[in-house]
Design a protein around this ligand. Structure first.
Ligand code: ZN
Length: 218
């Protein structure tokens, strides 16, 4: 190209009548594109594979850019002054949470893995104004807490549908549902958030069910 227009490394600024070799010398001339799956590896020639990944942390070698500017020196074994080579690393705590949700969710909301879940168990009453439900749920909350199980108790006076939707949205791994109908049969309903599999159990079986299920899910 002759007399071309280029950027000038400054916003909204362009240079006209630029000529290669007269105004600048290219470091490299070639056909460039992003590597794609199946391209040959530049080192061994084998086909490259493409995988989806997320950056959770990183390490940068900063070299002597800042230590030279700040005159940071050390003495080596011969007593000579040398400039410190600097590096830094970072890990994205909030990014880990965001990445986890991106990988583990469904149409209803988040699905926490047990190792990262803020609570292991969500306890829901379907009718908080029913004294029996509130009493049983309160006892379950106390028992589980005393056993060292992290439990979030939804004791709001909300409709059952709202509580179920919120429970699925926040994605706590195990749900324990206290309803008047099931209490009449002496039962509790339990649900695994990741596959929405529900079952009815006796209150005495609850602790064992929670322990066993937490051991078997990821
Ligand atoms: Zn290779």
């Amino acid at each position: 190209m002759t007399d071309s227009v280029t950027g000038a490394n400054r916003k909204d600024t362009h240079l006209r009548n630029v000529n290669v070799n007269r105004d600048f010398k290219p470091d490299l001339i070639g056909d460039l594109r992003y590597a794609a799956s199946g391209d040959g590896c530049p080192k061994c020639g084998k086909p490259l594979a493409e995988v989806h990944a997320l950056e959770l942390g990183h390490v940068f070698k900063l070299g002597t850019k800042y230590t030279e500017a700040l005159d940071v020196k050390y003495l080596d074994e011969k007593g000579e002054k040398k400039t410190v080579i600097m590096g830094c690393y970072g890990i994205g705590v909030n990014r880990i949470l965001a990445a986890h949700i991106e990988e583990h969710h469904d149409a209803k909301g988040m699905v926490w893995s047990k190792g990262i879940a803020p609570y292991s168990v969500l306890l829901i009453t379907l009718n908080q104004s029913d004294p029996q439900s509130a009493k049983i749920a309160g006892e379950i909350y106390e028992t589980l807490s005393a056993e060292g199980i992290d439990v979030l108790y939804d004791d709001r006076n909300e409709r059952a549908g709202v509580k179920f939707n919120d429970g699925d949205l926040i994605g706590i791994p195990l749900q324990v549902i206290v309803s008047e109908r099931n209490l009449k049969e002496g039962k509790l309903e339990v649900c695994k958030r990741f596959n929405k599999e529900t079952s009815k159990i006796q209150p005495e079986e609850l602790l064992a069910w929670i322990r066993n299920t937490l051991a078997e899910i990821s």
